[in-house]
Structures are given as C-alpha cells and as structure tokens.
Design a protein around this ligand. Structure first.
Ligand SMILES: [Zn+2]
Length: 328
C-alpha cells in the first residue's frame, strides 16, 4: 500500500467570489442546487487574466500560491517526480447515471456533475464530485502534450482534494484493425497546387469500440453549451467502462495543487497510465467550445515557483543592461 502524508487542506475560500475552478463543486466552491445558475469565469488563460497574473486577480492574497507555491500543478510526468500507485493499492467506484446529469459550461471548462462514487487510497476515502476537461493536456506525458486531459475531482470528509487525471488522445482508428484504416493520404493532382500533398479523412464509423463511449456521449453535445453559464442534461452515463479502463492500469501519483486559482496545494494527484480516445469530430466539437484552457507546466515539485524564477531572471538581465559590455 502506498503511503501518503497529506496535511488537512485548510483554505480561506472567499465567501463572496466564486471562481469557476478545477475545484468547483467541492467545499472550496460549492455548487448551486441542480438547475440553479452556473457560475462562470473570472480568470482566463491568455493575457492579463492568464496564469502569469492569477495571483493578482483576487486583489488580495487568496491566490498567492499561484505565484509562490513550490508544489504546483500541472507538471511534466517524468520518472522521479511521481510515485507509481497500482490499481490494487486503491479502490475506485463510480455510480452510473441512468437519469443523466448536468453538463455545464463554466467559462473556463466544461464539466459533468457526479452522482456518487468513492475513491479509497492512502488510508483516506474521497467522494466523487465532478469531471471536466482541459485542452490541450495540462500534465505532460513524459514531455509530450496530449490532445486533452480529463480531471476527475474527489473530496474527503475532511475537505482534502484528490484528482485523477486522464489523458485523452485522438482515435485514429488504428485499434479497429488493418481493414479499418480511417485516414488515407492521397497525392493531390498537379496544376496550381502541384506538389502539395492532399490528405483526405474518411468517417470513422468503423472505429467503434476504440473511442470512449462515455466521452463520446458527453462531448458530442458540447456545442449545446457553447455559451458560458449554460447547462444541458446528458444522456444516461455508464461509468463502469471508465472505471474498468482505469483500474486496468496504474496511477502516477504526486502531491501538487489545483491547476486553477487559488492554486491550493496538498492536492493528491493520480495521473492514469491509461489513455482514453475520442473521435476527431468529437474532439473538434469540444475544442470549439473550450478553446484553450491549459496552465503552463510548473517547476519540479519542491523547486522554486517559476514566477519567482522569472522575476529574478528579469531583474538580473535588467541590472546587466546598464553595465557596459567588456571590451573585446
Ligand atoms: Zn482541471
């Protein structure tokens, strides 16, 4: 059994401002009753509302960890930064949702509300809250960005947060057998575009069984919640396929943070070694709504926050700017 030493998460959550955060639906950011208003973003991913400036957005110290925390997420998942947790070291159960559930556009992500589930790991029990998506992936898979990343958010009775991260890649049809190759490349005719290669993509109807049924069911309706603050009821959701996929692999675990303001630390991360796949057309629907919502990779856990590194770097270069260069 893997051992985790996780101090109780104590957060002074603002009572007056609700952030559309990775932790939406937890004690940090309680969700309105079903059918109630969906809170939308007050932070973003580009310019002055982007992650380089998240610490300043609150006007106080609520988001200070975004700029000073030394165990921030996401990170590059390379050997040495995580501890492998095998499926036999945890218990994972998520209730099916035969009645469907809420699928919401929070402005900063699109999120599916959970209807019960339990994660037991490291001697602690967490309840399933919600899952949402980042595009492209926030964690890097040994240096590589993946098309999307799903975050499944859990909370213990003591308010501790655990997140299962799952990479979501494009289904290229390869798993459906040689006869089902979905993409063919054809040389374009000569003429005005002579020499240019033309790529023709065929429908992926033969790739069934490769892409995640759960993600196809949810994300194929993304464009119905294109407007931030809107919600729709999903079709019935079967969660067992996802659970079975996850427990067939292992989890890369480390202690990190929320990847959105307030960037609270002591978050237990479990990044699955199992990747899910979605069809390209489904990915494009999700992308048209999500756009871009990925925080830049943070420093190795335990090393200085990259904003502090960057500030020192800028100060050093500015100081050097006034000093005449050595004569040749
Ligand atoms: Zn997230």
């Amino acid at each position: 059994m893997a051992k985790f030493s996780l101090p109780v998460l104590v957060i002074a959550a603002s009572a007056t401002r609700v952030w559309a955060s990775c932790a939406y639906g937890t004690h940090l950011f309680p969700r309105a009753e079903e059918g109630g208003a969906v809170e939308i973003k007050t932070f973003g991913y580009a310019g002055t509302i982007g992650p380089l400036n998240w610490a300043a957005l609150d006007g106080g110290a609520a988001n200070v960890k975004c700029a000073t925390g030394t165990r921030q997420s996401p990170i590059d998942m390379v050997d040495g930064v995580f501890q492998m947790v095998s499926a036999s070291d945890l218990e994972l159960a998520i209730a099916d949702m035969p009645e469907g559930t809420e699928f919401e556009n929070l402005g900063t992500t699109i999120e599916v509300v959970g209807k019960g589930g339990t994660l037991k790991v490291g001697g602690k029990t967490y309840e399933f809250q919600q899952f949402h998506f980042h595009l492209p992936s926030e964690h890097l898979d040994n240096g590589t960005s993946i098309a999307m990343e799903m975050h499944m958010v859990w909370q213990s009775a003591e308010g501790e947060i655990a997140v299962i991260g799952v990479f979501v890649d494009l289904d290229n049809g390869a798993g459906a057998g040689a006869g089902a190759a979905a993409t063919v490349a054809a040389a374009a005719e000569g003429g005005a575009f002579g020499g240019v290669q033309g790529f023709v993509t065929l429908p992926m109807t033969r790739a069934a069984g490769v892409s995640s049924n759960l993600l196809e069911t949810v994300l194929s309706r993304a464009q119905e919640i294109a407007t931030p603050g809107t919600a729709v009821k999903t079709q019935p959701l079967v969660m067992s396929e996802l659970v079975n996929t996850l427990i067939a692999g292992s989890f890369q675990s480390y202690s990190g943070s929320l990847t959105t303001p307030p960037c609270s630390e002591n978050v237990l991360w479990l990044v699955s070694t199992q990747k899910l796949q979605i069809r390209t057309a489904t990915f494009e629907k999700a992308r048209s709504v999500i756009g871009f919502n990925s925080r830049y990779p943070q420093n190795t856990p335990g090393q200085p926050n990259l904003l502090a590194v960057g500030a020192a770097s800028a100060a050093s270069a500015q100081a050097a700017e006034g000093v005449p260069a050595a004569k040749a």
